[in-house]
Ligand binder design. Structure first.
Ligand SMILES: NCc1[nH]cc(CCC(=O)O)c1CC(=O)O
Length: 313
């Protein structure tokens, strides 16, 4: 094999570095003798930590700089949280590996309370995800949602500083960073349908680098890849990402894939649901079909208000 080194472009947050180190060690394990290095960089999303993501708009806030590094040959692969990866890739780049999924659910973290149900009326819950907010308020309209952004460590620090009664985070990020014991309860997917791709790590690289594609192959988890492809097809058809109130979650069953999708009014006044099953080879078509069902129920009206007139198809 001619290639002796793989350079991984990564953001500098603790979670991004964990994920990059994970890919590095999996690659070294799969290919003894291969040198793997990290190329840490700052993304636009990291520089704009105070603005609501839906407002600073742009999908791909966390990936664009990494993609530029790939195109400029400054790195060979980029490791992403799949939930932050836009649907379309720049010319010459693509997603060539999806690793096994960590717990995809949302987690309830609080100093004083065990669960959402245990929160007293009017409690302040921190999240800046419209998806989490919509589902939380649909169940508990009395709660006060307060804006919370920043990386996982920052969010925990803000909770500990007493700014919130509880916060909601992805279980996967907490578990990966060793904060699993901070999870007071995990929200069932029925109560908080996750974001498409949540808990899965994906690897992007140059489409023409076949040698790298084959080095990545042992890290690919086919089950996770099918599930995430169904979820992403739904998101893509709704023109969504993790910054809009769209949730979707796929599981594999004996006969194929079972996908659930949701679009919610951020104030929780309306939640649209769709669900369906299909053979594995039709996973993406299933995502499109459920997106169509959600649009037929009025998802376009909810989403276009959030996109600021840039209506979903
Ligand atoms: N949008 C931020 C983000 N992107 C990925 C994760 C961690 C979990 C994952 O791998 O999906 C998080 C933090 C969070 O939502 O709590």
């Amino acid at each position: 094999m001619s290639l002796r080194e793989i350079r991984i472009a990564t953001r500098k947050s603790a979670l991004a570095l964990w994920q990059a180190e994970y890919v590095k060690s999996r690659l070294e394990q799969a290919h003894p003798g291969l040198k793997v290095s990290l190329v840490p960089m700052v993304s636009r999303g990291d520089k704009l930590l105070d603005a609501p993501l839906a407002k600073i708009g742009g999908k791909g806030l966390f990936v664009k700089e990494l993609e530029t590094a790939l195109l400029d040959q400054e790195a060979d692969i980029a490791v992403h949280s799949m939930k932050d990866v836009p649907m379309d890739f720049p010319e010459g780049l693509g997603l060539y590996c999806i690793c096994e999924r960590e717990d995809p659910r949302d987690a309830f973290v609080s100093g004083r309370y065990e669960s959402i149900d245990a929160l007293p009326p009017g409690s302040v819950v921190g999240t800046s995800s419209l998806r989490r907010q919509a589902q939380l308020l649909a169940r508990r309209p009395d709660l006060k949602i307060q804006f919370l952004r920043g990386n996982v460590n920052t969010r925990l620090a803000k909770l500990d500083a007493g700014e919130y009664d509880a916060i909601i985070l992805a279980a996967a990020g907490l578990i990966r960073l060793g904060f699993g014991e901070r999870i007071r309860s995990t929200l069932s997917v029925d109560d908080s349908l996750p974001a498409g791709g949540q808990g899965a790590v994906g690897i992007e690289c140059r489409s023409g680098d076949e040698e790298i594609h084959s080095l990545l192959a042992p890290l690919n988890d086919p089950d996770t890849a099918v599930r995430v492809s169904a979820e992403r097809a739904l998101n893509r058809h709704l023109n969504g990402g993790c910054q809009v109130p769209i949730a979707c979650y796929a599981v594999l069953e004996a006969e194929g894939v079972w996908l659930r999708g949701l679009v919610g009014q951020p104030d929780g006044s309306e939640l649209l649901h769709a669900q369906g099953r299909a053979p594995i080879e039709d996973a993406e078509a299933l995502g499109v079909r459920l997106a169509e069902e959600l649009l037929a129920q009025g998802a376009g009206r909810i989403l276009s208000a959030i996109y600021g007139g840039d209506a979903a198809e």
